[in-house]
Design a protein around this ligand. Structure first.
Ligand code: NAD
Length: 297
Protein backbone atom coordinates (compact mmCIF):
# COMPACT_ATOMS: atom_id res chain seq x y z
CA UNK A 1 0.00 0.00 0.00
CA UNK A 2 1.20 3.53 -0.77
CA UNK A 3 1.29 6.90 0.92
CA UNK A 4 -0.67 9.29 -1.25
CA UNK A 5 -0.75 13.09 -1.01
CA UNK A 6 -3.99 14.65 -2.22
CA UNK A 7 -4.75 18.33 -2.93
CA UNK A 8 -8.29 19.49 -3.75
CA UNK A 9 -11.11 17.82 -1.83
CA UNK A 10 -14.03 19.24 -3.82
CA UNK A 11 -16.94 17.53 -5.58
CA UNK A 12 -14.59 15.18 -7.43
CA UNK A 13 -11.50 15.06 -5.22
CA UNK A 14 -13.19 14.02 -1.99
CA UNK A 15 -14.86 10.85 -3.32
CA UNK A 16 -11.66 9.95 -5.19
CA UNK A 17 -9.60 10.33 -2.01
CA UNK A 18 -12.19 8.30 -0.08
CA UNK A 19 -11.80 5.45 -2.59
CA UNK A 20 -8.02 5.49 -2.08
CA UNK A 21 -8.52 5.18 1.68
CA UNK A 22 -11.08 2.43 1.08
CA UNK A 23 -8.47 0.48 -0.90
CA UNK A 24 -6.08 0.62 2.06
CA UNK A 25 -3.80 3.52 1.03
CA UNK A 26 -2.71 6.14 3.53
CA UNK A 27 -3.93 9.53 2.24
CA UNK A 28 -2.48 12.87 3.45
CA UNK A 29 -4.60 15.68 2.06
CA UNK A 30 -5.25 19.40 2.04
CA UNK A 31 -7.94 21.73 0.72
CA UNK A 32 -8.12 25.46 1.30
CA UNK A 33 -11.76 25.12 2.43
CA UNK A 34 -12.20 24.07 6.05
CA UNK A 35 -15.53 22.24 5.58
CA UNK A 36 -13.88 20.00 2.96
CA UNK A 37 -11.07 19.17 5.39
CA UNK A 38 -13.54 18.30 8.15
CA UNK A 39 -15.56 16.00 5.86
CA UNK A 40 -12.38 14.32 4.61
CA UNK A 41 -11.07 13.81 8.12
CA UNK A 42 -14.31 12.07 9.11
CA UNK A 43 -13.73 9.67 6.19
CA UNK A 44 -10.30 8.54 7.46
CA UNK A 45 -8.19 10.96 5.39
CA UNK A 46 -5.23 12.51 7.27
CA UNK A 47 -5.46 16.29 7.08
CA UNK A 48 -2.25 18.29 6.55
CA UNK A 49 -1.74 21.92 7.51
CA UNK A 50 -0.88 23.07 3.97
CA UNK A 51 -0.32 21.80 0.42
CA UNK A 52 3.42 21.19 0.70
CA UNK A 53 2.95 18.94 3.73
CA UNK A 54 0.87 16.53 1.62
CA UNK A 55 4.00 15.90 -0.47
CA UNK A 56 6.54 15.10 2.23
CA UNK A 57 6.24 11.33 2.53
CA UNK A 58 4.20 10.66 -0.58
CA UNK A 59 4.82 7.94 -3.15
CA UNK A 60 2.15 9.63 -5.30
CA UNK A 61 0.45 13.03 -5.12
CA UNK A 62 -2.95 13.52 -6.72
CA UNK A 63 -4.23 17.03 -7.51
CA UNK A 64 -7.89 17.75 -8.37
CA UNK A 65 -8.21 21.51 -8.79
CA UNK A 66 -10.25 24.09 -10.71
CA UNK A 67 -7.88 25.46 -13.37
CA UNK A 68 -4.35 25.78 -14.83
CA UNK A 69 -3.06 28.77 -12.81
CA UNK A 70 -4.18 27.12 -9.53
CA UNK A 71 -2.63 23.77 -10.50
CA UNK A 72 0.66 25.51 -11.35
CA UNK A 73 0.69 27.42 -8.06
CA UNK A 74 0.01 24.19 -6.13
CA UNK A 75 2.80 22.42 -8.08
CA UNK A 76 5.16 25.21 -6.98
CA UNK A 77 4.30 24.35 -3.37
CA UNK A 78 4.41 20.55 -3.59
CA UNK A 79 7.22 19.86 -6.07
CA UNK A 80 10.11 21.15 -3.89
CA UNK A 81 8.70 19.25 -0.87
CA UNK A 82 8.38 15.86 -2.60
CA UNK A 83 11.01 13.12 -2.42
CA UNK A 84 12.74 12.09 -5.63
CA UNK A 85 10.82 9.37 -7.47
CA UNK A 86 7.38 10.58 -6.33
CA UNK A 87 4.83 10.70 -9.17
CA UNK A 88 2.43 13.66 -9.29
CA UNK A 89 -0.88 12.84 -10.99
CA UNK A 90 -2.88 15.92 -11.94
CA UNK A 91 -6.49 14.86 -12.54
CA UNK A 92 -7.83 18.41 -13.01
CA UNK A 93 -9.08 19.56 -16.40
CA UNK A 94 -6.73 22.39 -17.41
CA UNK A 95 -5.26 24.04 -20.51
CA UNK A 96 -2.63 22.08 -22.41
CA UNK A 97 0.10 24.75 -21.99
CA UNK A 98 -0.21 24.85 -18.20
CA UNK A 99 -0.22 21.06 -18.16
CA UNK A 100 3.05 20.93 -20.14
CA UNK A 101 4.51 23.42 -17.63
CA UNK A 102 3.61 21.11 -14.72
CA UNK A 103 5.51 18.30 -16.44
CA UNK A 104 8.52 20.59 -16.95
CA UNK A 105 8.55 21.66 -13.30
CA UNK A 106 8.22 18.11 -11.96
CA UNK A 107 10.97 16.83 -14.28
CA UNK A 108 13.37 19.56 -13.13
CA UNK A 109 13.02 18.19 -9.59
CA UNK A 110 13.41 14.52 -10.61
CA UNK A 111 9.76 13.70 -10.09
CA UNK A 112 7.39 11.70 -12.27
CA UNK A 113 4.36 13.49 -13.63
CA UNK A 114 1.10 12.56 -15.35
CA UNK A 115 -1.77 14.66 -16.59
CA UNK A 116 -4.79 12.44 -16.04
CA UNK A 117 -8.07 14.32 -16.54
CA UNK A 118 -11.21 12.31 -16.07
CA UNK A 119 -14.57 11.62 -17.61
CA UNK A 120 -17.46 10.29 -15.53
CA UNK A 121 -18.39 13.15 -13.21
CA UNK A 122 -19.18 12.97 -9.51
CA UNK A 123 -21.08 9.68 -9.99
CA UNK A 124 -18.00 8.05 -11.54
CA UNK A 125 -15.71 9.56 -8.87
CA UNK A 126 -17.91 8.11 -6.12
CA UNK A 127 -18.29 4.70 -7.74
CA UNK A 128 -14.60 4.49 -8.69
CA UNK A 129 -15.49 4.09 -12.37
CA UNK A 130 -13.86 7.20 -13.86
CA UNK A 131 -12.15 7.07 -17.24
CA UNK A 132 -8.62 8.53 -17.10
CA UNK A 133 -7.01 10.08 -20.18
CA UNK A 134 -3.32 10.11 -19.39
CA UNK A 135 -0.30 11.98 -20.69
CA UNK A 136 3.27 11.40 -19.50
CA UNK A 137 6.22 9.06 -19.58
CA UNK A 138 5.61 5.32 -19.74
CA UNK A 139 7.49 4.60 -16.51
CA UNK A 140 5.34 7.03 -14.48
CA UNK A 141 2.22 5.64 -16.14
CA UNK A 142 3.02 2.00 -15.32
CA UNK A 143 3.93 2.90 -11.74
CA UNK A 144 0.68 4.85 -11.26
CA UNK A 145 -1.69 2.41 -12.95
CA UNK A 146 -2.64 0.56 -9.71
CA UNK A 147 -3.53 3.90 -8.07
CA UNK A 148 -5.58 5.03 -11.08
CA UNK A 149 -7.33 1.65 -11.12
CA UNK A 150 -8.66 2.30 -7.60
CA UNK A 151 -10.33 5.53 -8.72
CA UNK A 152 -11.34 4.53 -12.23
CA UNK A 153 -12.68 1.80 -14.48
CA UNK A 154 -10.67 2.61 -17.60
CA UNK A 155 -7.32 4.26 -18.25
CA UNK A 156 -6.01 5.27 -21.67
CA UNK A 157 -2.37 6.30 -22.03
CA UNK A 158 -2.70 8.95 -24.76
CA UNK A 159 0.97 9.97 -25.17
CA UNK A 160 3.53 12.31 -23.65
CA UNK A 161 2.93 15.21 -21.23
CA UNK A 162 -0.24 17.16 -22.08
CA UNK A 163 -1.74 14.36 -24.22
CA UNK A 164 -4.38 13.54 -21.59
CA UNK A 165 -5.61 17.14 -21.50
CA UNK A 166 -5.55 17.26 -25.32
CA UNK A 167 -7.74 14.14 -25.51
CA UNK A 168 -10.12 15.48 -22.88
CA UNK A 169 -10.78 18.82 -24.60
CA UNK A 170 -11.13 17.23 -28.06
CA UNK A 171 -13.67 14.74 -26.66
CA UNK A 172 -15.62 17.41 -24.80
CA UNK A 173 -15.62 19.82 -27.76
CA UNK A 174 -17.24 17.06 -29.82
CA UNK A 175 -19.67 16.32 -26.98
CA UNK A 176 -20.75 19.98 -26.74
CA UNK A 177 -21.30 20.15 -30.50
CA UNK A 178 -23.18 16.84 -30.62
CA UNK A 179 -25.47 17.76 -27.71
CA UNK A 180 -26.50 20.97 -29.46
CA UNK A 181 -27.03 18.91 -32.64
CA UNK A 182 -29.19 16.41 -30.75
CA UNK A 183 -31.23 19.25 -29.25
CA UNK A 184 -31.72 20.84 -32.68
CA UNK A 185 -32.92 17.56 -34.20
CA UNK A 186 -35.52 16.95 -31.47
CA UNK A 187 -36.63 20.62 -31.44
CA UNK A 188 -37.12 20.58 -35.23
CA UNK A 189 -38.99 17.26 -35.00
CA UNK A 190 -41.38 18.79 -32.47
CA UNK A 191 -42.13 21.72 -34.81
CA UNK A 192 -42.74 19.19 -37.59
CA UNK A 193 -45.23 17.32 -35.40
CA UNK A 194 -43.00 14.24 -35.31
CA UNK A 195 -43.26 12.04 -32.21
CA UNK A 196 -40.08 12.39 -30.07
CA UNK A 197 -39.95 8.67 -29.22
CA UNK A 198 -40.25 7.78 -32.92
CA UNK A 199 -37.30 10.07 -33.69
CA UNK A 200 -35.27 8.49 -30.86
CA UNK A 201 -36.02 5.00 -32.22
CA UNK A 202 -34.82 6.09 -35.67
CA UNK A 203 -31.71 8.07 -34.69
CA UNK A 204 -30.51 5.58 -32.10
CA UNK A 205 -30.39 2.86 -34.75
CA UNK A 206 -29.39 5.04 -37.73
CA UNK A 207 -26.49 7.17 -38.86
CA UNK A 208 -27.29 9.96 -36.36
CA UNK A 209 -26.42 7.49 -33.56
CA UNK A 210 -24.33 9.21 -30.88
CA UNK A 211 -23.87 9.25 -27.08
CA UNK A 212 -25.85 12.51 -26.79
CA UNK A 213 -28.92 10.72 -28.18
CA UNK A 214 -28.47 7.03 -27.36
CA UNK A 215 -27.25 7.30 -23.76
CA UNK A 216 -28.03 10.84 -22.64
CA UNK A 217 -31.07 11.87 -24.67
CA UNK A 218 -32.00 15.51 -23.89
CA UNK A 219 -35.75 14.75 -24.18
CA UNK A 220 -37.59 13.59 -21.02
CA UNK A 221 -39.20 10.16 -21.12
CA UNK A 222 -37.24 9.11 -24.18
CA UNK A 223 -34.33 6.66 -24.14
CA UNK A 224 -32.40 5.57 -21.03
CA UNK A 225 -32.73 7.57 -17.78
CA UNK A 226 -30.86 10.88 -18.15
CA UNK A 227 -30.79 14.37 -16.54
CA UNK A 228 -33.71 15.34 -18.84
CA UNK A 229 -35.83 13.00 -16.70
CA UNK A 230 -34.83 14.96 -13.58
CA UNK A 231 -35.46 18.55 -14.70
CA UNK A 232 -31.90 18.78 -16.05
CA UNK A 233 -30.18 18.46 -12.67
CA UNK A 234 -26.52 17.65 -13.43
CA UNK A 235 -25.00 15.28 -14.48
CA UNK A 236 -22.52 17.54 -16.16
CA UNK A 237 -23.26 21.19 -15.53
CA UNK A 238 -23.44 23.74 -18.35
CA UNK A 239 -20.74 25.81 -16.61
CA UNK A 240 -18.31 22.85 -16.76
CA UNK A 241 -19.10 22.30 -20.45
CA UNK A 242 -18.37 25.97 -21.09
CA UNK A 243 -15.08 25.64 -19.22
CA UNK A 244 -13.99 22.73 -21.43
CA UNK A 245 -15.15 24.44 -24.65
CA UNK A 246 -13.17 27.57 -23.71
CA UNK A 247 -10.11 25.33 -23.18
CA UNK A 248 -10.69 23.81 -26.63
CA UNK A 249 -10.79 27.27 -28.18
CA UNK A 250 -7.64 28.33 -26.32
CA UNK A 251 -5.91 25.25 -27.74
CA UNK A 252 -7.29 25.99 -31.22
CA UNK A 253 -5.96 29.57 -30.99
CA UNK A 254 -2.54 28.33 -29.88
CA UNK A 255 -2.27 25.72 -32.62
CA UNK A 256 -4.15 27.44 -35.47
CA UNK A 257 -6.64 24.56 -35.77
CA UNK A 258 -9.93 25.49 -37.46
CA UNK A 259 -12.85 24.59 -35.15
CA UNK A 260 -15.83 26.60 -36.44
CA UNK A 261 -18.43 24.32 -34.81
CA UNK A 262 -16.43 24.29 -31.57
CA UNK A 263 -16.47 28.09 -31.65
CA UNK A 264 -20.26 28.15 -32.22
CA UNK A 265 -20.77 25.64 -29.39
CA UNK A 266 -18.65 27.82 -27.08
CA UNK A 267 -20.75 30.89 -27.93
CA UNK A 268 -23.93 28.85 -27.37
CA UNK A 269 -22.89 27.60 -23.91
CA UNK A 270 -21.58 31.07 -22.98
CA UNK A 271 -25.12 32.37 -23.59
CA UNK A 272 -26.57 29.38 -21.69
CA UNK A 273 -24.44 30.28 -18.66
CA UNK A 274 -25.05 34.04 -19.01
CA UNK A 275 -28.79 33.33 -19.02
CA UNK A 276 -28.44 31.72 -15.57
CA UNK A 277 -28.44 28.01 -16.53
CA UNK A 278 -24.81 27.25 -15.67
CA UNK A 279 -25.84 24.95 -12.83
CA UNK A 280 -28.27 23.01 -15.04
CA UNK A 281 -27.13 19.95 -16.97
CA UNK A 282 -25.57 20.80 -20.35
CA UNK A 283 -28.27 18.71 -22.09
CA UNK A 284 -30.67 21.51 -21.06
CA UNK A 285 -29.37 23.13 -24.27
CA UNK A 286 -32.54 21.81 -25.91
CA UNK A 287 -34.70 24.01 -23.64
CA UNK A 288 -32.66 27.07 -24.59
CA UNK A 289 -33.00 26.14 -28.28
CA UNK A 290 -36.76 25.92 -27.98
CA UNK A 291 -36.94 29.48 -26.64
CA UNK A 292 -34.86 30.86 -29.54
CA UNK A 293 -36.42 32.43 -32.64
CA UNK A 294 -35.11 31.21 -35.98
CA UNK A 295 -34.05 34.74 -37.03
CA UNK A 296 -32.09 35.28 -33.76
CA UNK A 297 -29.78 32.26 -34.17
P1 NAD B 1 -14.54 21.81 -6.99
O1 NAD B 1 -14.55 23.29 -7.15
O2 NAD B 1 -15.70 21.14 -6.32
O3 NAD B 1 -13.20 21.34 -6.20
C1 NAD B 1 -11.96 21.99 -6.31
C2 NAD B 1 -11.37 22.03 -4.91
O4 NAD B 1 -10.05 22.60 -4.98
C3 NAD B 1 -12.17 22.92 -3.95
O5 NAD B 1 -12.53 22.17 -2.79
C4 NAD B 1 -11.20 24.05 -3.59
O6 NAD B 1 -11.34 24.54 -2.28
C5 NAD B 1 -9.86 23.38 -3.82
N1 NAD B 1 -8.77 24.34 -4.06
C6 NAD B 1 -8.75 25.38 -4.92
N2 NAD B 1 -7.58 26.01 -4.86
C7 NAD B 1 -6.83 25.37 -3.94
C8 NAD B 1 -5.51 25.55 -3.44
N3 NAD B 1 -4.72 26.53 -3.90
N4 NAD B 1 -5.06 24.70 -2.51
C9 NAD B 1 -5.85 23.70 -2.02
N5 NAD B 1 -7.12 23.47 -2.46
C10 NAD B 1 -7.58 24.30 -3.41
O7 NAD B 1 -14.34 21.22 -8.46
P2 NAD B 1 -14.64 19.71 -8.96
O8 NAD B 1 -16.01 19.64 -9.52
O9 NAD B 1 -14.19 18.76 -7.91
O10 NAD B 1 -13.65 19.64 -10.23
C11 NAD B 1 -12.25 19.48 -10.07
C12 NAD B 1 -11.64 19.34 -11.44
O11 NAD B 1 -12.22 18.21 -12.10
C13 NAD B 1 -11.88 20.54 -12.36
O12 NAD B 1 -10.72 20.78 -13.10
C14 NAD B 1 -13.03 20.08 -13.25
O13 NAD B 1 -13.04 20.71 -14.50
C15 NAD B 1 -12.74 18.59 -13.37
N6 NAD B 1 -13.92 17.76 -13.65
C16 NAD B 1 -15.07 17.93 -12.92
C17 NAD B 1 -16.17 17.12 -13.21
C18 NAD B 1 -17.46 17.28 -12.43
O14 NAD B 1 -18.47 16.68 -12.84
N7 NAD B 1 -17.48 18.03 -11.34
C19 NAD B 1 -16.09 16.16 -14.23
C20 NAD B 1 -14.90 15.98 -14.91
C21 NAD B 1 -13.81 16.80 -14.62
Amino acid sequence: MSTIGFVGLGNMGLPMAKNLVGAGHSVNAFDQVESARIEANAAGINICSNNSQTAREADFIVTMLPNGPIVLSVFEEIVPAAQSGTVIIDCSTIDVSSSKNTHKLATEYGLGCLDAPVSGGVGGATAGTLTFMVGGENEAFEKSKPVLDVMGGKTVHCGSGGAGQSAKICNNMLLGISMIGAGEAFALAEKLGLDQKALFDVISTSSGFCWSVNTYCPVPGVGPQSPADNDYQPGFAGALMLKDLLLSQQAADETGAATPMGQKATEFYQQFVDDGFGDKDFSGAIKALKTMERNSQ
